[in-house]
Write a protein that binds this ligand. Structure first.
Ligand code: NAP
Ligand code: ZN
Ligand code: ZN
Length: 351
């Protein structure tokens, strides 16, 4: 049995969003039904909705930064109860049996996890994301949002927060480490806040200095414009860790030159085209070029608890359901401060 709910849908890669309905399954034994309050707009939504990463499933209801309230639970649910504040991130199931799932790294499930949208359940049905009224998710893939973080500023933590927290932890950001965050958009601004809270010395590398004041308020110690050629000369050999959040191509060699001995340049930004680098840029300082993909369920909960403890939420612009197309265009122009979040109460009833 299913329930018909309201959603913001993209019919194909070129068409604008429209309002309509989708079906959600009625809760199974271990399912949690969530009344979605806010859904963040991640640049990955745009890459997929515009088919920049390859063929996608349409109609698409994007949204993998979901925050809401539990309204119903299946008979076997033990982790959540009606009224709980919860979140859902980029995946809603995984095989639970492979080495990576067992290690709590479900984002690297060898069978392939079930993406929150633009994916398929193992049973074959399409998944639809958070630009909608409700979502039904197995309790093991639902996160608890701690008291003290409002739901609108919590939603972006489910992707932007964990995607920066995970590599910062993995590569040891903390006191005595010099960390650079490239690009101060949705991911980047969370990276700055989290790296600073971890105790690292944080530098923002942004295209211009237009957001310098904000970056410093988020906790950055230094701020440079990458369009200024002097920046790369000044910062030669400077950083232990660089997290690249840029959604477009970067000059990889220029950033590698700013790494200290044994430093790492970690890609979380996922542009559509391949990028190149010179081997000498790595060889010269025993440098590493790496990547990182969101985070597992356990680490995502750890990140939410860390953010609550440190008073960290996203800095958001709350928009209504009819502003999504415009918001996408603004994100692509780097004109977002610093995450658009849809107030899902504004989705008109089509059901
Ligand atoms: P966003 O809000 O658009 O931020 C990207 C930032 O990159 C912009 O704010 C801008 O920062 C900078 N930028 C944009 N175009 C640029 C260009 N042509 N040259 C140089 N800098 C540019 O996007 P987001 O939501 O943070 O996502 C960023 C990327 O991460 C996307 O590709 C997304 O798909 C990917 N992502 C990956 C994961 C993962 O698990 N690996 C998870 C989520 C998202 P400044 O204005 O400061 O220069
Ligand atoms: Zn995302
Ligand atoms: Zn698995």
């Amino acid at each position: 049995m299913t329930t018909t709910i309201n959603a913001i849908k993209k019919p194909n890669a070129e068409a604008p969003f429209e309002f309509g309905t989708i079906e959600r399954r009625d809760p199974l034994e271990h399912d949690v039904v969530i009344d979605i309050k806010f859904a963040g707009i991640c640049h990955s939504d745009i890459h997929q909705a515009r088919e920049e990463w390859g063929k996608a499933i349409f109609p698409m209801v994007p949204g993998h930064e979901i925050a809401g309230i539990v309204t119903e639970v299946g008979s076997g649910v033990t982790k959540y109860k009606v009224g709980d504040r919860v979140g859902v991130g980029c995946f809603v199931d995984s095989c639970r049996e492979c080495e990576n799932c067992k290690a709590g790294e479900e984002q690297f499930c060898t069978k392939g996890n079930v993406a929150t949208y633009n994916g398929r359940q193992y049973s074959g049905e399409e998944t639809y994301g958070g630009y909608s009224d409700t979502v039904v998710v197995d309790e093991n893939y639902v996160l608890g949002i701690p008291e003290g973080i409002d739901l609108d500023i919590a939603a972006p933590l489910l992707c932007a927060g964990i995607t920066t927290y995970s590599p910062l932890k993995h590569w040891g950001a903390g006191p005595g480490k010099k960390v650079a965050i490239v690009g101060m958009g949705g991911l980047g601004h969370m990276g700055v806040k989290i790296a600073a809270a971890l105790g690292a010395e944080v530098t923002v590398l942004s295209q211009s200095l237009s957001k310098e004041e904000d970056g410093k308020a988020f906790g950055a110690h230094h701020y440079y414009a990458t369009k200024d050629a002097e920046t790369f000369k000044k910062l030669r050999g400077e950083f232990d860790l660089i997290i690249n959040t840029v959604s477009a191509d970067i000059d990889v060699d220029a950033y590698l030159s700013t790494l200290a001995l044994n430093g790492s340049l970690v890609f979380v930004g996922a542009p559509e085209k391949p990028q190149s680098f010179r081997a000498f840029s790595l060889i010269g300082g025993r440098r590493s070029l790496a990547g990182s993909n969101i985070g597992g369920i356990r680490e995502t909960q750890e990140m939410l608890d860390f953010c609550a403890e440190h008073g960290i939420g996203a800095t958001v612009e709350v928009i209504s359901a009819d502003q999504v197309d415009e918001a996408y265009d603004r994100v692509v122009k780097s004109d977002v401060r610093y995450r658009f979040v849809i107030d899902t109460a504004t989705i008109p009833a089509s059901a």
